[in-house]
Ligand binder design. Sequence first.
Ligand code: ATP
Length: 327
Amino acid sequence: MTANSLSLWTPAKVNLYLEIVGDRPDGFHELSTIFQSIGLMDRVTVAVKSGPAAISVDCAHPLVPNDHTNLAYRAAELMAQAFPEGADRQSTIQIAIAKNIPVAAGLAGGSSNAAAVLVGLNMLWELGLTRQELQDLAAKLGSDTAFCIGGGTALATGRGEVLDSLPCISDLWVVLGKYDNLSISTPWAYKRYREVFEKEYARDQDTQTSRHDQVRSGAMVRLLSKLAKGDRHNLEKIRALLRNDLERVVLPDYDQIQKLRECFLGQTPLGAMMSGSGPTVFGIAANGANAKLIKSAVRQYMPDPELSLWTAPFIAQGVHLASDISV
Ligand code: ATP
């Protein structure tokens, strides 16, 4: 009997480091970034059956489209085009998304949902694609989607789709804060960055490669490798090593994010920063109990009911099965 439905957890990510290195011939930015998966996850259910060729998406979140613009829909469309033999057998694809990851928040929620559809259809249609093959497909959908397949800790270059796995860190947590009424468009943040900082861009490939090498052998990667081995002697150094270039354009325009970041910085010795293009701010916590304390302290200083706060551990996985396959 062939499985026809499965559910997957789709973890969010934070960027522990995001350097905008320069320009690319395709018009995107060349990045050096360190992604970290966290245990704040959506649940995506993918079902296939024989019938008319059709894709449907069902997500109750008011900011998430249920049409062909949903990234999960686009992932299904890509798979149906790339693997017509699977699509011929079971060409009705139904996707249900239970959202826990805030939307347009710099946490790669949509990318993670799309990654789940690639992984899910690979299993349901028994295509036998490798992780690398899934990542190559994912890169066609967005810059963060390839990372979301395998997750964990990774250094990403290119648009963010060229991945080098780093050893996984356990026992660190994040506290996340996001104003419900605030969302930031990723294209806007990069466009603004270009307007203001284009003159600093590295354009030739040698300079860009040498920047990547500096990050790869740099202090942040070395510290993360020690933490992954359980050596926490220099844990507090992480505070000074967090970097997100997009803060340079987002913080001056969004006073609320700036203030939230300052509040987080006052509550954790391990540092705080905006994730990706924001507006989510995260603070690092040494363990789960510590994360709860930081969250309560931030809540005390920032009682605004529009501010949502979460705690989540660093996790070593990307998209993964949430339940037994139902047949
Ligand atoms: P990233 O960190 O990868 O830049 P993000 O966390 O900032 O992404 P998303 O939550 O992925 O942003 O949403 C960005 C936009 O994409 C939203 O405006 C939303 O309407 C749209 N979108 C399309 N599909 C999805 C999806 N499955 N989940 C969330 N948003 C989606």
